[in-house]
Design a protein around this ligand. Structure first.
Ligand SMILES: [Zn+2]
Length: 69
């Protein structure tokens, strides 16, 4: 493959389309282990109301909420 340059192509969280101009709309910080960033395309970025469901699922393991054993 011979491209002009390597661009940070990301998949939009809203429309699932690949964009070469991703906009960071959310950051996921896992309690342990690496987190990841959520991107949207420039058209969708202003319309992303809140983190998607995936963020809520990951948030259940937040370290600031002690577990009762
Ligand atoms: Zn989009």
């Amino acid at each position: 493959m011979t491209g002009p340059a390597r661009r940070p192509v990301r998949m939009c969280v809203r429309c699932d389309r690949l964009t070469e101009a991703p906009v960071l709309v959310a950051e996921v910080h896992a309690g342990s282990g690496p987190g990841f960033n959520v991107y949207a395309c420039p058209e969708c970025a202003p319309h992303v109301p809140k983190p998607p469901d995936a963020l809520d699922l990951l948030a259940t393991g937040r370290p600031d909420r002690p577990r009762d054993r």
